[in-house]
Structure formats: structure tokens, C-alpha cells
Design a protein around this ligand. Structure first.
Ligand code: PEP
Length: 271
């Protein structure tokens, strides 16, 4: 299988063009732990720019932000669509960060490719095979979230869809799985990092925001993910989480993000 360690013994490194770093490119799967941060959802220009400026100042190099949002309830905020993508492009031009954002349908792939440096496939779409084929026909880096009830085998087979269409730039993302536990939104599967490293050459990153649903757990789970071997963190940050239109409970404040960065760097240096 194309995703397997046997097929490709060396680690795959996915390069993302990123203007704010001196080399002009960020390597996901290399030695450094890359920080991706930003709001769960793009809400307003001010919210996005304030967040981007703050996370960039602390060392984040990739800006996250949903424009097309999968929402469990159809009555929740579903994102600004193309207007949200335009705001992300403005933040990229201003701060030099690369942009990661979700694409939900095969039809939207060309549009999202115009704005995004990394295409995100959400947990709910991990087995949307038409979508996987469509992103596989591009050469954009793809972050493939683990389906909330997916086994490692199913997740790697989903990656196989993208790879087999000719796109080698697949990055796996552990974002918590569905268990019986209700104290957290999902259960972070920390074993994913060392286990995927054994099974596959693909980079793997961690989303402790979706993974816990609780901002008080984002820091500890970030550090645990780094210790377990994650290649990057994907973290939700909001200037005023209590007023966020989506997922405020799991969004860090700007101050909390600022405190997390040196702790993350210290753990990264230690492993
Ligand atoms: C997100 O990161 O915006 C998101 C919806 O994540 P997930 O697909 O992991 O729920």
C-alpha cells in the first residue's frame, strides 16, 4: 500500500510554501514541531486579523480558519463560504502565514485550492471517497482528519484514496475519537502518534481542540502529543472565546496561546 512504511521506509516530509519563514517553506514531518493556529471559524475580518496577528507573534506559521463549516446541527453557524476564504487570503497577505481550511465537497475543491495552502478534510468526510479522489487529483497538501469512529486501518485506507490519485502530500491528523466518555467531546488517542509512525511514512499532526472540546485540556494534550511524536499542532484560538459563533469552549484565549508556546517549545526540545 502506498501509505505503508514497507512501501516507503523513509519519512515523508510535506512542504508548505510559507512566506513568513526565511526559507519560504515549512516542512511538516521534519524535525520541528510546526504550530498551526487560528479561529475555529472565520467570523469577521477583525476577529481573524486579531487572531492571526497574535498567533503569528508567538511563532505560529500556519493559520487555520473554517470558511465552509461542517456543523452537527444544521442550525449552527455554517461559515462565511467564499467571503471567509477571501478574509483568509487577506490574513495570509498581511502576515505571510500559510492557510489551512476545510473543503467539504468535490465541487468546492477548485475554489478552495485558489485560497488555501493546505486542504483540510474533516472527520465527517474521512470516508467521502469522491472528495478524497478530488483532492487526490490536486497537488495541494491535504490534512486528513481521522474519522471520529475510524480504525487506523480505515484511516490509512482513506489516505490511500488521495495517494492513489497521484497526490503524495498527505498529512494525517488525530482529532480524538468517539468513546463512552462524556466529560470530553472526544477522546484523544495519543497512541496514534507512535503507532502511525510504525505503520506509515506519512506525517501526523494533532488537533487537541477538537480532540477534547475543552480549552483547559488543550495545553496538556498539546504537550502530550509533542511527547508522543506529533509533527504539528492545530489549535483553535479566539480573541473572545465566550462570544465565538462556534466551538468557543475549546478555543484558547490569545493569552492562553501565548503561555502555551514556550511550554510546547520546551517539550519539543526535550524529545
Ligand atoms: C475543524 O477543525 O474545524 C473541524 C470541524 O474539525 P473536525 O473535522 O476534526 O471535527
Amino acid at each position: 500500500k502506498l501509505a505503508s512504511r514497507e512501501f516507503h521506509p523513509e519519512d515523508t516530509i510535506v512542504d508548505v510554501p510559507t512566506a513568513c519563514v526565511s526559507e519560504g517553506v515549512v516542512h511538516i514531518g521534519g524535525n520541528a514541531v510546526i504550530m498551526m493556529a487560528g479561529p475555529c471559524t472565520v467570523e469577521t475580518e477583525k476577529q481573524l486579523m486579531t487572531t492571526a496577528e497574535a498567533v503569528r507573534k508567538e511563532g505560529a506559521v500556519i493559520l487555520r480558519g473554517g470558511a465552509f463549516k461542517p456543523s452537527t446541527s444544521p442550525y449552527g453557524f455554517r461559515g462565511l463560504g467564499e467571503d471567509g476564504l477571501k478574509l483568509l487570503a487577506k490574513a495570509r497577505a498581511t502576515f505571510g502565514m500559510a492557510v489551512i481550511t476545510e473543503v467539504m465537497t468535490p465541487t468546492d475543491v477548485p475554489l478552495v485550492c485558489e485560497y488555501a495552502d493546505i486542504l483540510q478534510i474533516g472527520t465527517r468526510n474521512m470516508q467521502n471517497y469522491m472528495l478524497l479522489d478530488a483532492v487526490g487529483r490536486t497537488q495541494k497538501p491535504v490534512v486528513l482528519k481521522r474519522g471520529m469512529s475510524a480504525t487506523f486501518e480505515e484511516w490509512l485506507l482513506a489516505a490511500e484514496y488521495v495517494l492513489s490519485q497521484g497526490n503524495p502530500n498527505v498529512i494525517l491528523c488525530e482529532r480524538g475519537i468517539r468513546t463512552f466518555e462524556k466529560a470530553t467531546r472526544n477522546t484523544m488517542d495519543i497512541s496514534a502518534f507512535p503507532l502511525i509512525e510504525r505503520l506509515s511514512h506519512l506525517p501526523i499532526i494533532s488537533d487537541p481542540s477538537q480532540g477534547t472540546g475543552r480549552r483547559d485540556l488543550v495545553g496538556p494534550m498539546s504537550l502530550a502529543s509533542i511527547a508522543a511524536g506529533t509533527d504539528a499542532l492545530l489549535i483553535e484560538v479566539h480573541p473572545n472565546p465566550d462570544e465565538a459563533l462556534k466551538d468557543g469552549a475549546q478555543s484558547l484565549t490569545l493569552d492562553q496561546f501565548q503561555s502555551l508556546m514556550p511550554e510546547a517549545q520546551a517539550v519539543a526540545r526535550a524529545v
